[in-house]
Write a protein that binds this ligand. Sequence first.
Ligand SMILES: Nc1nc2c(ncn2[C@@H]2O[C@H](COP(=O)(O)OP(=O)(O)OP(=O)(O)O)[C@@H](O)[C@H]2O)c(=O)[nH]1
Ligand SMILES: [Mg+2]
Length: 215
Amino acid sequence: MEPQRPGAAVSLKMDANIVVMGTESVGKSALTVRLLTRRFIGEYGDIESIYSHSFMVDRREVSLNIWDSPYSEHSSMETPLFDKKVQWADGYILVYSICDRASFNSVGRLVQTIRSTKDYLNGDKVPIVIVGNKRDLHHRRTVLSEEGWLLALKEDCHFYEVSAAENYHSVLMVFHGLVDRMKDAKLTAKRPLGFRSIVKSMSAVFARRRTDSIY
Ligand SMILES: Nc1nc2c(ncn2[C@@H]2O[C@H](COP(=O)(O)OP(=O)(O)OP(=O)(O)O)[C@@H](O)[C@H]2O)c(=O)[nH]1
Ligand SMILES: [Mg+2]
C-alpha cells in the first residue's frame, strides 16, 4: 500500500480572505450576493458582513471569506478600520460603476493606498482585481471600457466589466480571476489578525453578528 504523504490532503485546499471595496452604491453587495446566491435582489441595505463561500477550482477546494462593507467616509482610506481590512485580506476586489466617474477615480487611489499599506514583501504583487460594474446601464456610461483596461494595465491588475444585475457568470469570473492571481502571487504576508478576532472586533464596532446576513 502506498504510504500516506503527510499534508497531502491539506495542500489541495486553499483558504483566502477577500475584501470588496469601492465607493457608495457601485454594487459591492450586489456582486457579493450574486456570487453567494446566484441572484440579484435589487436592494442590499447597510450590512457589514464577512461571508464564507467555497468552490472547486482544478480539483482544489477554495474556501473564501469575503468581507463586504457599506461605504462610509469613516471607513475610507487611511483609517484604522481600512488598515485592518487591508492587512486581513489576501486579495482585493475594487469596484466602480461605469456610470460614476468619481468611483472610477477612487479605484485608482485605492490601488496605490493598498499597495503602500499592505505588509507584503513585494507590494507590486498584491493580488488586485478591478471591476467596472453596471455594464447593463450602457446608455448612462461615463467611464469607457478602455479606461478600465488602461488602469488595469498600468497597475498590473486583472480587469472585468460586469453587470451584477444581469449576469452571474461574469461575476464568477471576477472571483476566479482573483483566486488565480492569489495562487500566482505566492506571497508571504504577515497576518496580524485571524479571522475569529476580526469577526469579534467587527461585532464590537457594529454591534451585530455576521449572521445578520441577507438570507
Ligand atoms: N442596473 C444595475 N444596477 C445595479 C448593479 N449592481 C448594483 N446595482 C444597484 O445599485 C444600487 C447599489 O448597489 P449595492 O450593491 O447596494 O452597492 P454597494 O456598493 O454595496 O453600496 P454601499 O454598501 O452603500 O457602499 C442598488 O440599487 C443595486 O440594485 C448592476 O450591475 N446594474
Ligand atoms: Mg453594500
